[in-house]
Design a protein around this ligand. Structure first.
Ligand code: HEC
Ligand code: HEC
Ligand code: HEC
Ligand code: HEC
Length: 345
């Protein structure tokens, strides 16, 4: 007599489910690189299944053909052309070479017309994309000149962020939904499903508004001594820190252990050198958004702005796009030093 008719099917489903899960766990092919002392689990894990896609995303385009020494001589772009404000120190050939490069990096489909319009009026500042690009040149020169503590000699080009697209893959806006949908209380910007910036966690949805937006907020939330009455950090502060950390980990495709010994997150002696790079990175992103990207809001068409009318901004993923060094550390800048590093004054 079968008195529990559902028992058999439930058991079968459970067994298959377990087997499938176990198989799935066993099958994730990953490589581990040890980055701290042995036995404390400080390692960087890479998933071989996703590394092929990442390698394709981070392949570097061929540089424009190099110039002869003679082509760098002669009249400057500021004398040859009518409306050149940032790249005036280049020779005509250097100027045209970098125009060809940015066309490939930013608007390969639309060509020169994306920034200069269809009528070939190169001196006109009417197309907004040209006005934005001029500021982008200044931002790129500034990153390569003033933020070597983060970008080193590798530096960045337009391609680091744009990758052949008009609008970079990873941008962010102020988020007015932070507390929406609640009758009472303050959600403190968290418990929203499916928000990419918080790495799909239930943590605050836009950590960067507190840190990388140029606003000061305490990131260090651990006390150094047990039970002091002076400690003023709240659990909410800790949640914002963790949300930022999730964003950083996801942007670089690493675990917390790439930077921390997780038994003592705050301890710098037991952290990797990458944590120091990341410290500068947090400040750099805040600086770029405050100095360059946010103030561009009047230059964009309305459709490009966020729900509160703010300009599109950068985060760690804008450059890193899932890997620990953007483009796996390839140095594209060396072929464009004259145009993408600050001109000598
Ligand atoms: C992504 C935007 C962008 C693209 C694409 C682009 N340009 Fe430009 N171009 C600019 C900017 C910005 C300036 C102004 C630079 C400055 O002020 O220093 C400029 C200026 C010029 C000028 C100087 C005009 C004058 O008299 O002042 C010429 C010529 C020019 N571009 C040619 C080209 C050509 C040819 C192409 C395609 C191969 C091209 N550009 C593609 C952004 C772009
Ligand atoms: C640090 C990352 C970064 C670098 C480096 C960078 N950009 Fe951008 N760029 C952005 C972001 C973020 C935006 C805003 C995206 C948007 O327009 O919605 C943007 C927007 C633009 C736009 C406007 C696109 C549109 O249609 O709205 C142009 C054109 C552009 N960049 C050109 C350049 C050029 C040329 C360079 C190199 C001289 C460059 N960018 C370097 C991050 C970058
Ligand atoms: C790429 C390096 C990097 C990764 C990956 C990273 N962190 Fe951090 N973490 C930092 C830096 C840098 C600081 C200090 C920031 C500051 O002071 O501005 C920090 C600070 C912290 C703090 C505060 C420590 C204190 O002194 O109070 C905690 C907690 C923390 N991280 C947890 C995590 C967790 C959890 C993860 C994984 C989800 C993680 N971190 C991933 C770089 C990293
Ligand atoms: C403007 C582009 C850009 C942005 C934005 C950016 N980075 Fe980087 N980052 C770089 C470049 C380029 C390098 C490689 C530097 C080198 O080769 O020395 C780098 C290197 C690093 C490294 C060192 C990796 C290693 O293996 O040595 C860490 C860690 C890092 N970035 C973390 C961050 C974090 C965290 C953020 C956001 C808070 C961030 N970066 C934002 C461009 C960027």
């Amino acid at each position: 007599m079968n008195r529990e008719p559902y028992l058999l099917p439930v058991t079968i489903v459970a067994v298959i489910g377990f087997a499938a899960l176990a198989g799935w766990f066993l099958k994730v092919p990953s490589d581990k690189t040890q980055v701290g002392y042995r036995g404390i689990g400080m390692e960087v894990n890479t998933n071989r299944k996703t590394s092929a896609a990442l390698a394709a995303l981070n392949a570097v385009p061929e540089p424009q053909p190099p110039l002869e020494a003679a082509e760098m001589e002669g009249p400057r772009a500021s004398e040859v052309y009518k409306n050149v404000k940032v790249l005036g120190h280049l020779s005509e050939a250097q100027f045209n070479r970098v125009m060809a490069a940015i066309t490939e990096w930013v608007s390969p489909e639309q060509g020169c017309a994306y920034c200069h319009g269809e009528d070939g009026n190169f001196e006109s500042d009417a197309p907004y994309a040209k006005v934005i690009s001029r500021r982008m040149f200044e931002m790129t020169q500034y990153i390569n000149g003033d933020w070597q503590k983060h970008v080193g000699q590798t530096g960045v080009t337009c391609y680091t962020c744009h990758r052949g697209k008009n609008v970079p893959e990873n941008i962010w806006f102020d988020n007015p939904e932070r507390n929406a949908g609640r009758m009472v209380g303050n959600a403190n910007g968290q418990n929203k499903a499916g928000v990419k910036l918080a790495a799909f966690s239930s943590l605050p949805v836009d950590p960067l508004s507190k840190f990388a937006g140029g606003k000061e907020h305490p990131i260090r939330v651990q006390d150094q001594v047990a039970i002091t009455k002076d400690f003023d950090k709240t659990i909410q502060d800790a949640e914002w820190t963790y949300s930022l950390m999730m964003h950083m980990s996801q942007s670089l495709g690493v675990n917390c252990t790439a930077c921390h010994n997780t038994s003592t997150f705050g301890n710098w002696q037991q952290s990797t050198p990458q944590r120091v790079s990341a410290w500068h990175g947090i400040r750099m992103v805040g600086d770029l958004n405050a100095k360059f990207l946010d103030p561009l809001k009047d230059a964009y068409p309305a459709a490009r702005l966020g729900p509160t009318g703010d300009a599109p901004k950068a985060n760690c993923a804008t450059c890193h796009q899932g890997v620990q060094k953007p483009l796996y550390g390839a140095n594209m800048l060396k072929d464009y030093l004259a145009s993408l590093t600050p001109p000598a004054k």
